[in-house]
Design a protein around this ligand. Structure first.
Ligand SMILES: Nc1ncnc2c1ncn2[C@@H]1O[C@H](COP(=O)(O)OP(=O)(O)O)[C@@H](O)[C@H]1O
Ligand SMILES: [Mg+2]
Length: 262
């Protein structure tokens, strides 16, 4: 385990001038709706970025453009120096970007550990590979992640029998199975009880500190974001309204009026 705190690491990565992920001029419209409207967005190595904004402000669409689940209209995404703008979703996973979705996506009729193994498909194992039993390294990785999330007693349980919160944690396990350097979580605390929200926060921090995984966390739970993020980006109507430390965002008058003030 490393003792380097993530804020220092972020500062170092920024000072080095090499963002892990850099997106420029991202736009995506649905009919007449400019869901994402000229967004620049960066994530440094090992950084935890909170992405917040009112409902419909374009957060999920932006994640979709970055992970290539959604074909953007214009813009460019670079990941670790590689142009990822035109990659397919599978290829994005292979270069080190994992994600979860706003709606839970697990396999309810498979066990917890089988779900974890499914996560490796994003590593490019392919359909044929998925029909083979997982290798020892995959089994070990799945067991370690399940153990980290406090799930060992549920390894053989059907995933469909987990609570909503446990399903969210299982999705994080699945996203981690492709060995990502960046994981994007879309509303991971929705439908999760307060105890499991605290657990989720802890696991994100452990993965961030032990494995230098960067996170983009989309959330309505402002308390969660402010306690975990190194930096917060606020979207409003498809545009970046503010980008700063939690302290800066908390005192930003425009953000207070548009979003936090209520
Ligand atoms: N597949 C889609 N088809 C049509 N409109 C969409 C689609 N996805 C998102 N939108 C619209 O784009 C805007 C941004 O949506 P979204 O990215 O889901 O916002 P957020 O995640 O911030 O709530 C909204 O006006 C939404 O209705
Ligand atoms: Mg959304």
């Amino acid at each position: 385990m490393t003792s380097v705190n993530s804020t220092n690491r972020t500062a170092q990565a920024r000072a080095a001038g090499t963002p892990l992920l850099a997106a420029r001029g991202i736009t995506k419209s649905f009919g007449g709706v400019h869901a994402v409207d000229g967004v620049d967005f960066e994530v440094a190595t090992g950084e935890i970025v909170g992405l917040v904004g009112p409902n419909g402000s374009g957060k999920s669409t932006l994640l979709g453009c970055l992970s290539r689940d959604i074909a953007m209209d214009t813009g460019r995404v670079t990941f670790d120096g590689v142009d990822a703008s035109r990659l397919r979703t599978m290829q994005v996973a292979r270069i080190g970007i994992g994600r979860t979705f706003q709606s839970v996506r697990i396999f309810p009729e498979l066990s917890v550990v089988e779900n974890a193994w499914m996560g490796r498909q994003w590593k490019g194992v392919g359909m044929l590979g998925m029909m083979q039993p997982p290798d020892a390294a995959t089994r070990q990785r799945a067991a370690d992640l399940i153990d980290l999330m406090g799930f060992s007693h549920l390894t053989r349980e059907y995933a469909g029998n987990l609570s909503g919160g446990q399903m969210r944690l299982l999705e994080l396990v699945m996203a981690m199975m492709c060995g990502p350097r960046l994981v994007m979580l879309d509303e991971a605390t929705s439908g999760v009880n307060p105890t499991l929200i605290e657990s989720l926060k802890r696991y994100v921090k452990v993965l961030n500190e032990q494995e230098q995984v960067a996170f983009v966390v989309v959330e309505h739970n402002i308390g969660f974001i402010f306690s975990i993020a190194d930096r917060i980006v606020v979207l409003d109507d498809g545009k970046v309204l503010a980008d700063g430390t939690p302290d800066e965002i908390q005192h930003n008058q425009e953000v207070i009026v548009a979003y936090l003030g209520a």
